[in-house]
Design a protein around this ligand. Structure first.
Ligand code: GLN
Ligand code: ZN
Length: 774
C-alpha cells in the first residue's frame, strides 16, 4: 500500500518560489513608502495583493497550472524566516509589547522586528546559504511561546482561490526554522533552539490543518538547513528532529499532501531519513547536489527534480536537465521537475532588457524564462522527450552558439592565463618589503587612513544619473568629480590623515564600476534581485573572457596624487568580490574566471605604480562569503580565491604597499586564507566587537600590518576620543605597534559629512594620545 494515493498527484512541473519584489521593484517602493508614513497599511496590503495576483497570472501565462498546486504561494513582505517567526508567534521578549491578541504581529510590528526601534536592536541578519540573500535570525529560548499567531499564509491561499487559482502555500519547515535560529538572551548555556521542536511541531500541525480546511491540496515546507554542514548542531540531532517532525506531521488525520524541498545542496544522510517518513514529495537540488542512490522509501514518494538552476541566470543545457530528471524513474515511478531553489535569486525577465545584446539574451534565462523551461520539461515528462525535442534543440543550439561566440573565448587572455608560473603568484619576502616600504613611504608610527569611500552626496549621485541620461557631458562630469576629490583630499589633509584616498565619488558600486570598465561583462537595466528586506542589488553579468581594454582608475588616482605630497592609496575591488557580486559564467571553473579578473587588476596595479601610486588597496569583503557550505569543498575554493588575489597583487614592486580590506571580523575559519593573501596591510571590522578579534590575530600568529576598525560606520553615532583611545589601547596590547594601523571599520559612502568629520577628528586625536604613550 502506498501512502500517496489519497492525495492528488504532485504537479508535473513547478518552481520552489518566485521573486517577490515585482518587475519594477513595486514591493520595495510600497514598503519603503509605508515606512516613511506616506502609504497606509491598507494601501500597502493592496499593492502586495495586486502583485501576488499578477504573479499568479504571469505564472499561468508561462505554463504553470492554474488549479494543480503548481503555483507556489511564496510572497513575503520582507523575509521568509521572519514570516515563519510571525506565523508561529516566536516574538523575542524585547518585542513582546508588539504582540496583539494571540501573539499576532500587525504589519508595523512585523517590520519593527526587522528594523528595530529606539534602543531595541532588530533581529540579526545573516546570509542565506551560499546566496547573496540575507535572512533574519529568530531568537528562541525556553521561554518562547509557540502558537499559531499568524495566518497570512492561509489568507493568501484563500485570496488566490477566490481569484480562481489553486496554489501551493510555502513556508520554512520547522527543522530549518530552529536550526537557523539562535538561542535567545534568556536561554541558559547549552540550550539549543532545536530543543523546542516538540513544542513547535504542533503549531505547524495546526497551520497545515487550517490550510487543508481552506482547500489546500499540497503545502511546501522548505528544509534547506538539512543540506548544510555549517550548522553547529550535531548531525544526529538534526536528523532525529527531521524524523520526528515529518512523522508527526505526516500522521495528521486531516492534512494537505506534504512536499519537503531541500534546495542549495544535497540531502546526503538526511534523504534516507526523510524517505521513510510519510512525506508525499521530496524536492532535490540536482544542480548543487547530485542524483542520490537507491533509497528505501523513495519509490513511494514523488521526486521533484530540481534541475533548472534557480541560482544563476543562464539558459543552460535543457536537454541534460531533462535527462537528469527523467533518469530519476530508476528511484521512483513518480517524477516531477522544478527549479533547484526558489527563483528569488534571479531577476524577473530577460525580455525586459532592451539594451542587452541580442545574442547574449538568447543565452540567458531569468525567472520568467526558467518557469517556461520547467513547463517545457514537465511537458516532456508527461508526453515523452519527442514532444519537446524542438525546445531542447533550441536550447542546445543557443548553448553551442554561446560556446563559439566572439568574446566568450579570447585567445590572448587564454594564452596569458595558460602561461602563468608559480612565480607569478608570489611577492618577495615580507621583511624585505617592509624595509623597502618604510624607505619609500616614510609613514609615522600608527599610520592613519580610511577604507576608501567618502560620503556619496546627493550631488554626486545626481551628476552620475545625468551622465547616464546624457544630460551631462563626460568632460563636465569629470570636472565635477575632480572638484569633489579636491574637497575630500583637503579635508583629509586638514584632519591630518597619513594615507589619503580619493573618496570613490565616480563609483556607483564597487563591483559594477569595474564590470562597466572591463570586457566580458554586461550590465542590466532591470535585473534587480532582493538582497534583504527592501534592499535590492543589480549584479552585472560576467559572460565572456575578462580583459581590461584601458586603464580604469589610474586617471583618478594620479589626479589625486597630484594634489598632495602624502601617499595616495589606489583603490581596487578584488577578483573574488567581483565574482561574488556578479552573475558569473557557468561554462568554466570559477577559479579560471577569477584568474582572468586578477590579470586585469594586475595590469591596473602596474599602471598605478607607473603613475606614481605607492599604495594600492584591493578590497575582498566577499572572500568569506563565497566559502562553500561543505567542508570538503573549502580547500579547493580557498586555493583559487587566495590564488587570484595573489595573482592580482604579486606583480607589485617590493616598495609598493598592498592593502586589503575584509568587511567582517570573524577571522576564525579563514585565518590561514587571510594570512596567505600576503597583503602588507589588512583592515577589518572590529569596533562592534570591541576589538575581540585582535586576540585571534595574535594567537594565530598573524604578523603583517593590520588595521582593526575603531569606528563602527554602520550608524551615524560619533565615537568619543576616550572610546577610540580605549579601543586603540586594546589593539596595541595584542598587536605590535609597528604593525598597527588606525582606520574606520569600512568605507564611508553611506555616512553623512557631519559625523564623518567629527569621527575622523576624534580618531586622529586618539591616535596622537596613543603615539605619545607608546
Ligand atoms: N573601498 C570600499 C569603500 O570604502 C570598500 C567597501 C566594502 O568593503 N564593502 O567603500
Ligand atoms: Zn568593508
Amino acid at each position: 500500500m502506498t501512502h500517496t494515493s489519497a492525495f492528488p498527484a504532485f504537479p508535473a512541473g513547478t518552481i520552489l518560489g518566485y521573486p517577490r519584489i515585482g518587475p519594477r521593484r513595486q514591493l520595495k517602493k510600497a514598503v519603503e513608502a509605508f515606512w516613511a508614513g506616506s502609504v497606509s497599511a491598507d494601501e500597502l496590503e493592496a499593492t502586495a495583493a495586486a502583485l501576488r495576483q499578477s504573479t499568479r497570472k504571469r505564472l499561468v501565462q508561462l505554463g504553470l497550472g492554474r488549479d494543480d498546486s503548481s503555483i507556489p504561494e511564496s510572497f513575503s513582505y520582507y523575509d521568509q524566516m521572519l514570516d515563519a517567526l510571525s506565523t508561529v508567534g516566536a516574538v523575542p521578549a524585547r518585542f513582546a509589547h508588539l504582540r496583539g491578541a494571540d501573539g499576532h504581529l500587525d504589519l508595523a510590528g512585523y517590520f519593527t522586528l526587522a528594523r528595530g526601534e529606539g534602543e531595541n536592536p532588530p533581529l540579526e541578519m545573516t546570509k542565506w546559504f551560499d546566496t547573496n540573500y540575507h535572512y533574519l535570525v529568530p531568537e528562541i529560548g525556553p521561554e518562547t511561546e509557540f502558537t499559531l499567531a499568524g495566518t497570512r499564509l492561509v489568507r493568501e491561499f484563500e485570496e488566490a482561490k477566490a481569484a480562481g487559482f489553486l496554489t501551493r502555500p510555502v513556508i520554512v519547515g520547522p527543522v530549518t526554522f530552529l536550526l537557523l535560529s539562535k538561542p535567545s538572551d534568556e536561554a541558559p548555556a547549552g540550550f539549543s533552539p532545536l530543543d523546542r521542536l516538540d513544542d513547535l511541531v504542533p503549531v505547524y500541525a495546526a497551520l497545515l490543518q487550517r490550510l487543508r480546511a481552506a482547500g489546500a491540496e499540497w503545502v511546501q515546507l522548505d528544509e534547506p538547513a538539512l543540506v548544510s554542514e555549517s550548522i553547529d548542531i550535531p548531525r544526529t540531532d538534526a536528523l532525529a528532529g527531521l524524523r520526528f517532525a515529518y512523522n508527526t506531521l505526516g500522521a495528521l488525520a486531516e492534512r494537505p499532501a506534504l512536499f519537503v524541498a531541500a534546495p542549495y545542496g544535497s540531502l546526503d544522510d538526511a534523504l534516507p531519513v526523510l524517505a521513510i517518513t510519510p512525506v508525499e514529495a521530496i524536492g532535490l537540488d540536482l544542480v548543487r547536489g547530485s542524483v542520490p542512490a537507491e533509497t528505501p522509501g523513495l519509490d513511494t514518494t514523488t521526486l521533484v527534480a530540481g534541475v533548472i538552476d534557480g541560482h544563476n541566470i543562464w539558459r543552460g543545457d535543457l536537454a541534460a536537465a531533462f535527462d537528469t530528471a527523467a533518469g530519476l524513474v530508476r528511484l521512483s515511478p513518480r517524477i516531477s521537475v522544478s527549479t533547484s531553489t526558489s527563483l528569488l535569486h534571479v531577476p524577473h525577465d530577460v525580455d525586459d532588457e532592451s539594451a542587452l545584446d541580442d545574442d547574449l539574451k538568447t543565452w540567458l534565462a531569468f525567472a520568467d524564462q526558467k518557469v517556461a523551461q520547467v513547463a517545457t520539461l514537465a511537458r516532456g515528462l508527461s508526453l515523452g522527450r519527442r514532444a519537446i525535442e524542438i525546445d531542447l534543440s533550441a536550447a542546445s543550439a543557443a548553448l553551442d552558439a554561446r560556446g563559439v561566440a566572439p568574446g566568450v573565448h579570447d585567445g590572448a587572455v587564454r594564452v596569458r592565463a595558460d602561461a602563468l608560473a608559480p612565480g607569478d603568484f608570489t611577492r618577495g619576502a615580507y621583511a624585505a618589503r617592509v624595509a623597502a616600504q618604510e624607505m619609500a613611504l616614510g609613514l609615522p608610527f600608527l599610520p592613519t587612513t580610511t577604507i576608501g569611500s567618502f560620503p556619496q552626496t546627493g550631488d554626486i549621485r545626481r551628476a552620475r544619473a545625468q551622465l547616464v541620461r546624457g544630460v551631462l557631458s563626460t568632460a563636465d562630469y569629470r570636472d565635477l568629480m575632480r572638484a569633489e576629490i579636491r574637497r575630500v583630499v583637503s579635508l583629509q589633509e586638514d584632519i591630518g590623515l597619513d594615507v589619503i584616498v580619493h573618496g570613490e565619488p565616480e563609483r556607483n558600486d564597487m563591483v559594477q564600476y569595474f564590470a562597466e570598465n572591463l570586457d566580458g561583462f554586461a550590465v542590466t537595466e532591470n535585473g534587480w534581485v532582493q538582497s534583504y528586506g527592501s534592499r535590492c542589488v543589480r549584479p552585472s553579468i560576467l559572460w565572456g573572457d575578462v580583459s581590461r581594454p584601458r586603464p580604469i582608475t589610474v586617471e583618478w588616482s594620479a589626479f589625486t596624487q597630484g594634489l598632495t605630497p602624502k601617499p595616495v592609496k589606489g583603490m581596487l575591488t578584488g577578483p573574488v568580490t567581483i565574482l561574488a557580486w556578479s552573475f558569473v559564467r557557468d561554462d568554466q571553473p570559477l577559479g579560471e574566471t577569477a584568474r582572468q579578473v586578477a590579470l586585469a587588476l594586475r595590469d591596473e596595479i602596474a599602471d598605478l605604480e607607473s603613475a606614481g601610486i605607492q599604495i594600492v588597496q584591493v578590497d575582498e569583503p566577499a572572500l568569506r562569503e563565497l566559502l562553500p557550505l561543505k567542508q570538503k569543498d573549502q580547500a579547493e575554493y580557498l586555493d583559487w580565491s587566495v590564488g587570484s588575489f595573489r595573482l592580482a597583487t604579486a606583480g607589485a614592486a617590493a616598495a609598493t604597499q598592498i592593502h586589503t580590506h575584509l568587511c567582517y571580523s570573524e577571522f576564525g575559519v579563514v585565518i590561514d586564507a587571510i594570512r596567505n593573501l600576503d597583503a602588507d596591510v589588512t583592515s577589518i571590522e572590529a569596533a562592534r566587537s570591541r576589538m575581540e578579534v585582535v586576540g585571534d590575530i595574535r594567537s594565530q600568529g598573524f604578523d603583517h600590518g593590520i588595521g582593526p576598525g575603531v569606528w563602527d560606520i554602520h550608524s551615524p553615532r560619533v565615537p568619543s576620543v576616550s572610546e577610540l583611545t580605549d579601543l586603540l589601547e586594546r589593539a596595541a596590547a595584542a598587536i605590535p605597534a609597528t604593525r598597527l594601523w588606525v582606520n574606520p571599520d569600512c568605507g564611508l559612502k553611506t555616512r553623512g559629512y557631519t559625523e564623518t568629520v567629527q569621527s575622523l577628528h576624534n580618531m586622529l586625536a586618539a591616535t596622537r594620545i596613543l603615539r605619545a604613550r607608546l
